[in-house]
Design a protein. Structure first.
Length: 190
């Protein structure tokens, strides 16, 4: 009787090679390692948890289908993250009307507001971001969290740079208002 030798996936390289070979154990290890982190990213873009789960699943399918294209340039996690963000953006484009034009000149930002003075739990801040309209939320995530430039966002979303800037400006204004309202609510309750 022959015993099959179960492969151990101790390094990232072992997991990548296993996934390239279509080994289910390697795919499971990759999913188990990154699913919760990537689900958090999907939740930032999707208002609904089921939509985030769908994006996560589709994103991992694309990762598995395209893993042979990973050229070991930059981090593997960064490569996968980019696929998931692209999947989220495609989902948004396909399933929602994304943008409302906002004139950047009419958007007011409170000059006295300081993001550093916010004393909120991460989960509360995430809920506030998720409450933004989809276009605002998408641009805010890409710019403020992912670090994309307005030029990159415009190209990625097929919008103008000014639209990207106005969406970000409006998102910040809405977040400022909601953070201040939440702080006032908390102070009244104390």
């Amino acid at each position: 009787m022959f015993l099959s030798k179960k492969r151990l996936y101790e390094s990232e390289e072992d997991v990548i090679e296993g996934c390239k070979a279509g080994e289910r154990e390697a795919q499971h290890k990759l999913y188990a390692t990154y699913a919760s982190t990537f689900f958090g990213i999907c939740r930032r873009y999707m208002k609904d948890e089921r939509d985030a789960e769908e994006v996560l699943t589709n994103g991992f399918m694309k990762i598995f289908d395209n893993i042979s294209k990973y050229k070991r340039e930059g981090s593997f996690e960064g490569w996968m993250k980019r696929i998931l963000i692209n999947e989220a953006l495609m989902y948004i484009r396909k399933n929602r009307q994304m943008f409302l034009e906002v004139d950047i000149d009419t958007t007011q930002i409170d000059k006295n507001f300081s993001w550093h003075q916010i004393d909120m739990e991460t989960e509360d801040l995430l809920k506030l971001i998720q409450s933004l309209p989809v276009g605002y939320r998408t641009v805010f995530n890409l710019y403020a969290i992912e670090g994309y430039s307005h030029k990159e966002i415009a190209k990625q979303l097929s919008i103008s740079e000014n639209t990207s800037k106005s969406q970000l400006s409006r998102a910040r204004t809405l977040l400022q208002d909601r953070v201040q309202n939440k702080k006032q609510f908390i102070q009244k309750g104390s």
